[in-house]
Design a protein around this ligand. Structure first.
Ligand SMILES: C[S@@+](CC[C@H](N)C(=O)[O-])C[C@H]1O[C@@H](n2cnc3c(N)ncnc32)[C@H](O)[C@@H]1O
Length: 207
């Protein structure tokens, strides 16, 4: 398990990273990538959407273009402070401090679940995906963006030491273990040679 797949360490990490997050983020996860993922997500006006690991609100802003009922959850007070600076504490977004693996919401609370760039820090991603399935209504979309596994052995060793990087087979395993039956993956990249993201779109089973 990577050093940052630990909630307390991730919180400390983001205490410092939050100061520069918005300046660095566009090099690996930019508006074009986000907006393409939102197309696959397929959220509609009026949908209640939960953005887990919302951070400073980068994806939140993109989601707000499509629906005005967006909730943002993050475990880092420092990241949330940055988000409050953009949207206000009681603005268009309902912000909650909490843990992806134990969401403080009732079953079927949301029409759709989004999480970009957060799964790599979760010690138990399957537990968090089960939570995604629980809080999203049957048939609703669940979209998760994470770092794609590098091809070179050297980078694989480095990646494994830091956090969760995963390929499509691993994504299949995690989503199936969390109870999802159908899902598709897209590999996204800002430019050749830059880090790739793996974006998975699943639907909560109708049962
Ligand atoms: C790379 S940022 C992504 C921010 C935003 N979603 C975006 O698209 O730019 C990852 C965020 O996940 C949050 N995070 C990490 N582990 C978490 C957990 N267990 N529960 C909730 N948030 C978590 C971090 O605090 C951080 O704000």
């Amino acid at each position: 398990m990577g050093i940052l797949e630990d909630k307390a360490r991730a919180r400390v990490f983001y205490r410092y990273l939050s100061t520069v997050y918005d300046a660095i983020n566009p090099f690996v996860w930019n508006e074009a990538m986000r907006d393409r993922a939102i197309e696959w997500f397929g959220v509609e006006a009026g949908d209640r959407v939960l953005d887990v690991g919302c951070g400073t609100g980068f994806a939140t802003r993109g989601l707000l273009v499509h629906t005005d009922d967006v909730w943002g959850l993050d475990q880092s007070a420092h990241q949330l402070e940055r988000a409050y600076g953009k949207f206000g504490r009681r603005g268009p977004v309902r912000f909650v401090r909490g843990d992806a693996e134990r969401l403080p919401f009732a079953d079927d609370s949301f029409d759709a679940y989004w999480s970009s760039g957060s799964i790599e820090y979760w010690p138990n991603p399957v537990a968090a995906l089960e939570e995604a399935r629980r809080v999203t209504r049957p048939g609703g979309p669940v979209l998760v963006v994470g770092p794609d596994y590098p091809n070179s052995t050297v980078f694989q060793r480095l990646a494994d030491a830091i956090m969760l990087f995963y390929d499509e087979a691993e994504a299949d395993r995690m989503f199936a273990a969390a109870g999802f039956g159908t899902f598709e993956h897209h590999i996204q990249q800002r430019a050749p040679g830059t880090p790739r993201a793996i974006t998975t779109v699943a639907a909560v089973p109708e049962e």
